[in-house]
Design a binder for this molecule. Structure first.
Ligand code: HGY
Ligand code: MN
Ligand code: MN
Length: 407
């Protein structure tokens, strides 16, 4: 069987990127927004044209089904089409469109696989508007309830339920009658490993764990000029002390990655002592024990440093996904496909969270990485070369054929 139709895939990536396009060349399709819906409609158009059976579940996860010769569990391939607010063209989109391309090549080859193949596009993988991230795959795997999803609200007070209803985004389908035996996701690496080593394909063996928290520091707004320093309850000063100690943690816990991605002052005015500061913590580690140690140290820093200030401090967990290992069966299928294409390859862990991380708790899963130029992602300048896109999509096609042909 031949390879993918390169120009078809590359042009579709550009077409999808035009939906929610930003003036700086990036993309914004926040989950459950009009742009997100338009992106999903774009994918549905192609799934329908292929004659696939379309299913949409109660929170809008999208599935396109190509029936195989047997009733064996399906091979599910896909990713997500939602993006962060200043995202790139490839994060998620490549995985969904490469899955579409793989199924289209299988349909065009006129040789039905033993197993059904399902193209999946999970909602709200990014979790930047509605937390947690990987919400669509968490719901698909039964790890978050429909009620909890629908009640989740964004900083503007909109709930997912309201957005689902406003956009007529949800369906009522399930996949219980088909079952899924394998999940495979093609994704840009989003880091520097492959591009620095000049390696074509990453054979992903697992994903590090992540723990998100939100911290609220509460003080008293007062006049910047009249209030003596010793009489202030300055939420900005207290938050600064906590942040300084948090930023020391990666030097104490090897391989910990800690990010303070959002800090919001209130009332955020030049001559008013900050009344409240809310900030987020994104902590990641490949080892569960080390992640738990980091979480404990974060809690201790917040509690201890907070108690040393004149302010009150609270925190709440926003998301938590444990590290996962992928299936050796799926890993072998990816390695064999990369070898068949004479591509350089290396096994590696994923630094970013992915839907495959969630699926791996339910079915044998794996991922294929392609290089990110400059190791940049979650940034309008995110870029993967056409050559590397084509390489990754061919590995996706052949690994899918490999898995779908298995008894
Ligand atoms: O945060 C992540 O790792 C993913 O992009 N949601
Ligand atoms: Mn992604
Ligand atoms: Mn992402």
């Amino acid at each position: 069987m031949g390879g993918i139709k390169s120009e078809r895939l590359l042009s579709r990536l550009e077409e999808l990127a035009s939906i929610g396009a930003r003036s700086d060349g990036g993309v914004c399709r926040l989950a459950f927004s009009d742009e997100d819906l338009a992106g999903r409609e774009y994918v549905i158009t192609h799934l329908k044209r292929l004659g696939l059976e379309i299913r949409i579940d109660a929170i809008g996860n999208l599935f396109g089904i190509l029936r195989g010769q047997t009733n064996l569990g399906a091979v599910m391939i896909g990713s997500h089409t939602d993006t962060v607010a200043a995202g790139g063209k490839y994060d998620g989109a490549l995985g969904v469109l490469a899955a579409l391309e793989a199924v289209e090549c299988i349909v065009e080859s006129d040789s039905l696989p033993r197993r059904s193949v399902i193209v999946a596009s999970f909602v709200n993988e990014e979790g930047v508007r509605f937390m947690p991230d990987m919400m669509g795959s968490l719901f698909f795997c039964g790890r978050v309830s429909l009620e909890d999803v629908r009640l989740t609200s964004d900083t503007g007070g909109n709930t997912i339920g309201e957005e689902l209803d406003r956009l007529s985004y949800a369906g009522s389908d399930i996949l219980d009658d088909i079952g899924v035996d394998f999940f495979l996701e093609l994704h840009i690496e989003q880091g520097p490993v492959l591009v620095d080593a000049e390696i074509d394909v990453g054979v992903v063996t697992g994903v590090q764990g992540l723990s998100w928290a939100e911290v609220t520091v509460s003080g008293t707004a007062n006049h910047a000029g009249t209030t003596p320093m010793e009489r202030r309850q300055d939420a900005g000063e207290a938050a600064g002390a906590i942040l300084t100690r948090l930023r020391d943690l990666p030097s104490l816990i090897e391989d910990l990655r800690l990010t303070i991605g959002s800090v919001t002052y209130h009332p955020n005015l030049v001559n008013v002592i900050p009344q409240e500061v809310v900030f987020t913590i994104d902590a990641r580690h490949p080892d569960l024990r080390a992640l738990k140690k980091a979480e404990a140290q974060i809690a201790s820093i917040i509690q201890k440093t907070g108690s040393e200030t004149a302010c009150s401090v609270t925190s709440r967990s926003l998301a938590r996904v444990e590290p996962c290992d992928f299936s050796e069966t799926v890993i072998a299928a990816v390695e064999a496909a990369a070898t068949d294409h004479n591509l350089s390859q290396r096994r590696m862990k994923s630094g970013a969270g992915h839907d495959a991380q969630i699926l791996s708790g339910s079915v044998p899963s794996g991922m294929i990485f392609v290089p990110s130029e400059g190791g940049i992602s979650h940034n309008p300048s995110e870029y993967t070369t056409p050559e590397n896109i084509i390489r990754g999509a061919n590995v996706m096609l052949h690994a899918t054929r490999n898995l779908a042909g298995r008894l």
